[in-house]
Design a binder for this molecule. Structure first.
Ligand SMILES: [Fe+2]
Length: 249
């Protein structure tokens, strides 16, 4: 490889390529590095562990089919994008952005969702497992009941498919809590935003059990919220929250 200089160029957090520049003014030759492949993270409990509030049938389909599909489609889109970067095919790179956002969002949201649920009988499912977070919730909404009512109203106000999240918003040394709803699979990844817990409001999350009883699903999910995880996300850093994603690569 005499006379050839290797350069490593990071184009985005998702993509890395290596270019080969020849000293005799020949055009760049690109060597593609394979895109990272993501895998379905295992559930931290059995499929029937959230019964009777979320059925085993829903959990198995939701995790092994729906979430798996987001992971599969994300990997395919990232692979195609890596190839498009290699060939400097910018139109294809641009055309892939929507698919990457949707499927990466689905992977992010569901990975966080599984971790923020716990069996109703466990200590994690009691809000006493989140003393710092509950203190902030009371300071923000007055009491837990008022917070739950506000969160419920936000969830039931979602039109079509989407998610509702309790989010820690960091701005400098200040931090506050906010209830945020997102459409489709848009994730909460804005600067300074730390998702504490989210509720999947797609019909696939409840319809097999609750049919059109969306309000009952929203009411019952409080029985299986993992407050211990919520507390860890609240007192931790943004990077801590997304560590489960890195573990799935
Ligand atoms: Fe879902």
């Amino acid at each position: 490889m005499r006379g050839i200089t290797k350069l490593s160029i990071a184009l985005s957090p998702l993509l890395f390529i290596t270019s080969t520049a020849q000293s005799d003014q020949q055009p760049f030759q690109f060597e593609a590095m394979s895109a990272p492949s993501h895998t379905l993270p295992p559930l931290p409990y059995a499929y029937d562990a959230l019964e009777p509030h979320i059925s085993a049938q829903i959990m198995e389909l939701h995790h092994s089919k729906h979430h798996q599909t987001y992971v599969t489609n994300l990997n395919a889109a990232l692979k195609t994008q890596a190839e498009a970067v290699t060939t400097s095919d910018i139109p294809t790179q641009v055309s892939l952005q929507a698919a990457i956002k949707f499927n990466a969002g689905g992977h992010i949201n569901h990975s966080l969702f599984w971790q923020n649920l716990a069996p109703a009988s466990s200590a994690e499912a009691k809000s006493s497992a989140a003393p710092s977070l509950v203190s902030q919730i009371k300071a923000t909404w007055g009491d837990e009941t008022a917070f739950r009512e506000a969160f419920k109203a936000a969830l039931l106000g979602i039109q079509g498919s989407g998610w509702g999240w309790l989010v820690k918003v960091e701005a400098g040394k200040e931090q506050r809590l906010a209830i945020v709803t997102t459409k489709d699979q848009d994730p909460v990844v804005g600067k300074g935003e730390v998702p504490i817990f989210g509720v999947d409001m797609w019909e696939h999350a409840y319809y097999l059990q609750y049919l059109n009883g969306k309000a009952a699903y929203v009411e019952n999910i409080w029985n299986v919220i993992n407050w211990k995880t919520a507390e860890e996300r609240f007192v931790g850093t943004r990077a801590d929250v997304f560590k489960t994603l890195k573990a799935s690569i």
